[in-house]
Ligand binder design. Sequence first.
Ligand SMILES: Cc1cc2nc3c(=O)[nH]c(=O)nc-3n(C[C@H](O)[C@H](O)[C@H](O)COP(=O)(O)OP(=O)(O)OC[C@H]3O[C@@H](n4cnc5c(N)ncnc54)[C@H](O)[C@@H]3O)c2cc1C
Length: 650
Amino acid sequence: MSATQPVQPKVTEREARQVAEAAREHDWRKPSFAKELFLGRLRLDLIHPHPLPADEDVRRGEAFLARLRAFCDSALADGLPGRIEREAKIPDETVRALKDLGALGMKIDPKYGGLGLTQVYYNKALALVGSVSPAIGALLSAHQSIGVPQPLKIFGTQEQKDTYLPRCATTAISAFLLTEPDVGSDPARLATTAVPDGEDAYLLDGVKLWTTNGVVADLLVVMARVPKSENHRGGITAFVVEADSPGITVEHRNAFMGLRGLENGVTRFHQVRVPAAQRIGAEGSGLKIALTTLNTGRLSLPAMCVGAGKWCLKIAREWSGVREQWGRPVARHEAVGAKISFIAATTFALEAVVDLASQMADEDRNDIRIEAALAKLYGSEMAWLMADELVQIRGGRGFETAESLAARGERAVPAEQMLRDLRINRIFEGSTEIMHLLIAREAVDAHLSVAGDLIDPQKALGDKAKAGARAAAFYARWLPQLATGAGQLPGTFRAFHPDGHPDLSTHLRHVERSARKLARSTFYAMSRWQGRMETKQGFLGRIVDIGAALFAMSAACVRAEHLRATGEHGREAYQLADAFCRQSRIRVEELFGRLWNNTDELDRKVVEGVLGGTYAWLEEGVLDASGDGPWIADATPGPAARENVHRPIR
Ligand SMILES: Cc1cc2nc3c(=O)[nH]c(=O)nc-3n(C[C@H](O)[C@H](O)[C@H](O)COP(=O)(O)OP(=O)(O)OC[C@H]3O[C@@H](n4cnc5c(N)ncnc54)[C@H](O)[C@@H]3O)c2cc1C
């Protein structure tokens, strides 16, 4: 095998975890509301009073939103959403208009030609434009949240910033290329190589899959593995690469169940020469860069989920008030009303979560990496449920396409498209299962940092003894704190029960009590399962989901009080926060119940049976039209195998 032919690394589960662990930021230099919550402490002071943006940021943000809104209004008048859906493509003139608006450089510093918007306004802009076309939202967010600008802003050299940021702000669309045919959630298997070529360059070889924007991109962030050698530290490394470099071929444009305008493809690298000056950060720091970029980048996706929730609410209100069945508008039937209440309350809470986390990101006083991850997890799951309920509320029309509705003379409501477009949010930028693991890792970090060696089967007895002493001292102090707290005192959080408003203080007390219960449950689980804790994904997932709900409840209460104090819809906001907290408490109680009363063990046995063929008879009586082709396409590197469909938009 030549040095240029990547080999798929064989990776054990333990090695995969080690790679993920090495990419983690280990330090906590700033306070974290969510981390405290998982440790059993409701640090309301970190989020209340609600942080506020600077006047200048508001002025700049609102001015851009007004321009973007005018663009969106005219796009709607021209029937752009329907056209994108029909043609499965964002028209080039739309992309040019977005460039002229400055939409490629929303978050880029004005000194590089960008708009310099805050995270709050960047997210509001994505929610707005995403409500017109989720594909446009995805294009802009892939470019700015994970594409070239963000990693360069944090890790780039001055020369790289001077070279690329002005282009990224105005004309150059970028893409982020990590995934490969055999590398999805597990980057330890990454096979694309960057082999040093002399002192000052690398040669890239490999195949990248599902490259959002990759078909039209001018610039790429590419993750590739540098082989370790005497002069090279090696490891997974990030590069900025010109998309029209010799040796790059976009072999296929992928098509999906939703986001039909996405310019997403398969990109092959064959002996692509990349100057060392285009490496971002040090060799081996690629995954850390990707994860750090996502610390705030992860907020874009839930921001667009907020937009989806608002749209669902509007359609649900307008439709269910006029559609009459069984003698009354369907909204007045309790079963439908419950869905509308769920959509309204959840949209309120989701906006509270995203705005709060975004504002905290702008202030940079708190570490928001868990909050952003929770927002992504919770936002993608909740938006999916909201869209599903909207389809149900619309009945048969919910299942019908907008085009068909319009063709027979009805309003072209794309409810089914919303569902299709939202589905991917639970898979990309960290699937729900991976987000559970990632957040759980942070949630138990305090335990692992004191007791990690104790429960690590690989550690020597001496290390375990030392860890045992450390853990005993820590838990002797920490556990008693979890027994009682402010949530048991009826008078606490009184500020959240102003006259004539629903009582939100009772919900915050519930959050406080639940946070302690959550921490106690985590501790019991660690004592019970010790080194096997990391395999208890059912348990860990529920712990994280409870934490997400508690964060959302806290954010909803803080936002309601903020709106009341500033005189904006205070009473209605209290009502929505109250509804959300009550609905959420029922879900939290259920999750707590399922921590210890579940079918996890039984499910494991059933899976063994399924994989072992014990239930093969159950599959009889149907046919499978997918045939017997390979599950994963051969990604053997080499010269281009197919036509180059790369087409930058000038
Ligand atoms: C439309 C679209 C756009 C995309 N855009 C980009 C992009 O711009 N850049 C890019 O690099 N990638 C992109 N991706 C890739 C995307 O990030 C991956 O699909 C995602 O990371 C999941 O990887 P996978 O699909 O290979 O699933 P797999 O990793 O094969 O996982 C399959 C299933 O197993 C679960 N699973 C995997 N590992 C574990 C575990 N340890 N514990 C529990 N469950 C587990 C997963 O959650 C999933 O449910 C895109 C994908 C799509 C479809």
